[in-house]
Design a protein. Structure first.
Length: 373
């Protein structure tokens, strides 16, 4: 959508802070606390004004802990708050549609975590409602906003590797392995929509597409080599219906070959490696976990007569949130850069941050290509 015509564009262009309300910012640790909270505090132009959790009491506890002045026990109350311009939905995937709908129905802009919906149908419903309401939206596919990926995108466009011949991604999901924490059983159930396929693979696919273009003729194969994981606290097995192996291949615009392999758990070897191989050079990105959207990324490259790789520093103009460290603040780092880009989108009418329409398309690209083997 045209963000420059949205209700948030005026405050963004006038340098007035955009009032944010977070659904899911708890007092006992959460993804919102590790990522959105430090990101918002590091990016000028936003002001965290409200939060809601599962109950009024827990919201009050969280408000006192995080210094948030307005607390609500329901998402509808938060969305109705006049001080809130942008609602951030950072809860488990099965609750996304209900909470996003409440915010959109109140006429508020919404940033929803990825996966956008519990399946394609939900994502398409939310994208349709957002278009009908003509409000700005963003979906949490923040890997493409990471400064390293932004730099790689420009390196490829400027011919660092020459013509791209192939690209390969290997990653470990962390979850979906031999063990599971007591609070993470939810991701093992494919019915909940947060799987190895949708989360780490989905983020990696979107990041790759932002650099090299959308893969064509994408084929995704899912396999279950493990059917349970052991709870680290109780020692009891927990059923796993989500696949723990994702293998994909496709063809990039221009004919280059793209391959992926994501596996559950962690490897004693490589947990994230992305190679881009071309006629003139190579680029390699690595990370300690297979989630490029929340992990510190290391970039190396070599070209021309060089026979090896050398570290490539990210130039200063790409580092747009100087108050955060890419390693110490890794969960918040790409999120903060996405918030910074969203401000630019509002001010300039650009679309650097994926909106709900993009999120639904990403769901579609995965759902239409995936089969079990």
């Amino acid at each position: 959508m045209n963000t420059s015509a949205s209700p948030l564009a005026g405050p963004a262009r006038s340098e007035k802070p955009i009032g944010v309300g977070i659904i899911g910012l708890g007092a006992r640790g959460s993804w919102a606390e590790r990522s959105h909270l430090p990101a918002l505090r590091a990016v000028p132009g936003y002001e965290l004004r409200a939060l809601s959790t599962s109950s009024k009491r827990s919201a009050e506890l969280s408000g006192r802990k995080h210094g948030v002045p307005r607390t609500f026990g329901t998402a509808a109350e938060l969305a109705a708050c006049d001080e809130v311009d942008l609602v951030v939905v950072a809860v488990k995937v099965p609750h996304h549609r209900e909470l996003v709908t409440a915010a959109l129905s109140a006429g508020k802009g919404v940033l929803c975590e990825w996966p956008l919906g519990n399946g394609l149908a939900e994502a398409e419903d939310m994208a349709r409602l957002a278009r009908d309401r003509c409000v700005p939206t963003a979906v949490g596919l923040q890997a493409r906003s990471h400064p390293v990926l932004a730099h790689v995108r420009d390196l490829v466009a400027d011919g660092y590797v020459g013509e791209v011949l192939s690209t390969t991604v290997v990653g470990s999901g962390g979850a979906w392995g031999a063990t599971v924490g007591p609070g993470d059983h939810y991701v093992l159930d494919a019915a909940n929509g947060a799987t190895l396929l949708t989360v780490p693979f989905g983020h990696a696919l979107d990041g790759l597409a932002s650099v090299l273009g959308e893969p064509e003729e994408l084929r995704i194969h899912l396999a279950s080599r493990r059917t349970s994981a052991v709870d680290t606290e109780s020692g009891q097995p927990v059923p796993m219906t989500a696949a723990d192996q994702v293998v994909a291949s496709g063809r990039l615009p221009g004919g280059a070959v793209a391959t992926f392999h994501y596996r559950g758990g962690m490897s004693r070897g490589t947990n994230f490696r992305w190679e881009i191989n071309g006629t003139e050079g190579d680029l390699v990105l690595t990370a300690p976990v297979g989630h490029p959207q929340l992990s510190p990324l290391t970039l190396e490259g070599g070209r021309g007569t060089s026979t090896g790789l050398a570290p490539l520093a990210v130039p200063e103009p790409y580092l747009r949130v100087p108050h955060l460290d890419p390693r110490a603040d890794a969960p918040a780092y790409a999120v903060a850069h996405a918030y910074r880009q969203f401000l630019d989108d509002l001010r300039e009418g650009t679309s650097g941050v994926p909106d709900f329409t993009h999120g639904a398309a990403r769901h579609r690209s995965i759902a239409s290509a995936a089969t079990r083997i």
